[in-house]
Design a protein. Structure first.
Length: 153
């Protein structure tokens, strides 16, 4: 019997290690409370994992320069103004990108950097040229998928 309890205890150790205690609002620093003030009333109801994720995000935010913060705010506003369908398409494209092997991802990143280095006029021309194509039409298929094996969109 003791042996069974010992085995069960050892099996539960990893689960217990993952369990995190909730962080009370009062335990946050003044800077954290100031930054997270909009969610103060919901803070204590959040699961501990979510609280930790929010705190990591607040630490990243505090490490940004004022220019980076402005840029992040603008991107967030742009995201909020997009329709649900546009956000869905962006998420799908992002997932397709993540499904690519690292070499393909790097090639796409390099093409993007090359595009950014073009003159504004040339970028505009290319955008007009590719306007009619469906989003992601130029992406290679995800890893493990053979050409022609994907169902039509």
């Amino acid at each position: 019997m003791k042996r069974i309890l010992a085995i069960i205890s050892l099996m539960l150790l990893p689960i217990l290690a993952l369990a995190q205690d909730a962080i009370a609002w009062d335990q946050l620093s003044e800077a954290q409370r100031h930054l997270l003030a909009p969610i103060e009333k919901n803070w204590n109801q959040l699961p501990p994992q979510r609280q930790q994720a929010i705190l990591r995000g607040s630490e990243r935010w505090q490490s940004l320069t004022p220019e980076q913060r402005t840029q992040a705010q603008q991107r967030f506003q742009d995201w909020q103004q997009r329709s649900a369908e546009q956000r869905k398409q962006i998420r799908e494209r992002f997932q397709r990108f993540r499904d690519l092997d690292p070499g393909q991802q790097q090639a796409i990143r390099q093409r993007f950097r090359d595009f950014q280095n073009l003159s504004p006029q040339r970028r505009r021309q290319l955008r007009e040229q590719f306007q009619g194509r469906p989003p992601g039409a130029n992406l290679p298929p995800p890893r493990g998928v053979f050409p022609g094996a994907l169902p039509p969109r």
